[in-house]
Design a binder for this molecule. Structure first.
Ligand SMILES: O=C(O)[C@H]1O[C@H](OP(=O)(O)OP(=O)(O)OC[C@H]2O[C@@H](n3ccc(=O)[nH]c3=O)[C@H](O)[C@@H]2O)[C@H](O)[C@@H](O)[C@@H]1O
Length: 431
């Protein structure tokens, strides 16, 4: 059977020219025919692609419109219901980071005593978002709406303030975690700096302005050696970008207090732990690994000194948050202008009794009845500080803050929650 090449260029020398010319002619026609067909096909394909793309964008914008997680009359009604105050002298609070660890507990406590609460959370995947969704379900079951959105969405924030005249903002949304800042520095700038400014811009323009209570961190004490840490101590030597963004937050909130008369309270939390906690934190990941028979890495400081933290139980932190809200005083500005001085406060919320990390592991082993496989390594230079220890006399004086749960008791409650949440007898379910 002749090949296609043979057909087009027969090898008979005498006929070559003519045949070739003839064949060339045929080829030209064929070629032209096939080129025009191809051209038509190409046109057809381009048209098809274009219409597909415009259809897609129509579908996208349509679905964005129809599935938007906020907006509309029904949504506004839900927001208002959630913000409804059920006690005399109560407050309506916008809680940012409501599906987070501290946010969930504070929202529940506010709701339980009759305050109105609307939550905001972006449900990012810094850690298992299914835990955040579970916290959200818990909040929903108590009549608290959690709006899905980012702090940097100024339109959403403005809308929330249009719908509800929040008396207070409990600002807990943040990029947390000390060591993760080396992996993803921009996420700290996005949430802890840009997001904070977006929120403050909305708060300063709101009429009436809310009082703002927000989460700073014990990490602002950085490399300080004087203990216990007091609010008046220097905070200009942070050891991590995380700490630096929290420190920046303290300065940024100060300017909004100074210029616009916003009432500001910054809370320096000391390594908060407890049920519904954060899986990225040591007590949580140690528990998971111990139960799964995996080794845990325990960092050790210079000269083989154990690291220590002033671990603070969540219920004590919640009391501190509510005490701060109750005593926050009013913002003085309106229409973006200050009418007088407003309170600017900073409090340590710690436990006042630091515990060494290996001792934390001992306690977990006792509660879990499993021995940990300890892998002790020198602390990598990744933002950690060797110890924290809070002086809490200021918070004690101002709103009677008095932590009452020691690490032994608090971890027992955490372990009980952990085992029931992840399934006591179903170790495969542990993650
Ligand atoms: O108090 C605070 O300001 C901060 O407390 C925690 O930060 P951190 O104290 O580092 O808490 P963990 O990550 O749970 O670490 C606790 C201790 O365990 C140690 N650790 C951590 C992880 C690990 O694998 N091994 C280990 O020994 C750490 O070095 C640290 O000494 C939170 O993660 C921060 O968001 C919060 O702002």
């Amino acid at each position: 059977m002749p090949s296609l090449e043979d057909e087009l260029f027969p090898s008979t020398p005498g006929k070559f020219k003519v045949d070739r010319a003839h064949n060339m002619n045929r080829q030209f026609h064929r070629c032209f025919a096939s080129t025009s067909t191809m051209f038509l096909w190409a046109l057809f394909l381009i048209a098809l692609t274009a219409s597909y793309l415009s259809f897609q964008s129509f579908v996208d914008s349509g679905s964005r419109y129809f599935s938007a997680s906020w907006g509309g009359i029904q949504w506004e009604k839900q927001v208002r219901n959630s913000a409804q105050i059920h006690r005399s002298g109560g407050m309506s609070v916008l809680v940012t980071g409501a599906a987070g660890f501290v946010g969930t507990h504070v929202s529940l406590a506010l709701k339980k005593r009759g305050d109105g609460v609307v939550g905001l959370d972006n449900f990012n995947n810094y850690y298992d978002p299914s835990l955040k969704k579970a916290r959200k379900s818990l909040l929903n079951s108590h009549g608290i709406l959690v709006v899905e959105g980012d702090l940097n969405d100024a339109k959403l924030l403005a809308k929330l303030f249009d719908v509800v005249a929040f008396t207070h903002v409990m600002h807990l949304a943040a990029q947390a975690g000390v060591r993760y800042a080396m992996e993803n520095p921009n996420s700290y700038v996005h949430s802890n700096i840009a997001g904070l400014v977006t929120l403050l811009e909305i708060c300063k323009s709101a009429n009436p302005q809310p009082a703002v209570v927000w989460a700073s961190s014990s990490s602002v004490y950085g490399l300080n050696e004087k203990v216990p840490f007091s609010e008046a101590d220097r905070t200009d030597q942070p050891a991590s970008l995380y700490a630096a963004t929290k420190k920046a937050g303290e300065e940024i909130t100060h300017t909004y207090n100074h210029i616009y008369g916003l009432s500001i309270t910054g809370l320096r939390f000391f390594t908060v732990y407890g049920p519904w906690g954060r899986p990225d934190m040591a007590y949580f990941s140690f528990t998971r690994n111990i139960l799964q028979g995996k080794p845990i890495t325990i960092y050790r400081g210079k000269n083989r000194v154990d690291l220590a933290r002033d671990f603070t139980y969540i219920d004590d932190i919640v009391k501190g948050c509510l005490g701060s809200l109750d005593t926050s005083g009013k913002s003085t500005g309106s229409g973006g202008k200050k009418k007088g001085n407003a309170p600017y406060r900073i409090f340590n919320l710690g436990n006042t009794s630091p515990v060494k990390v290996p001792e934390l592991v001992n306690i977990l082993e006792r509660h879990l009845k499993v021995k940990a496989k300890r892998n002790i390594v020198d602390m990598p230079g990744n933002g950690d500080v060797p110890f924290t220890h809070a002086n809490i006399s200021l918070a004690q004086r101002e709103f009677g803050y008095k932590p009452s749960t020691d690490l032994q008791t608090g971890l027992k409650k955490f372990v009980r929650w952990y085992l029931s949440y992840y399934g006591y007898n179903n170790r495969k379910g542990l993650q």
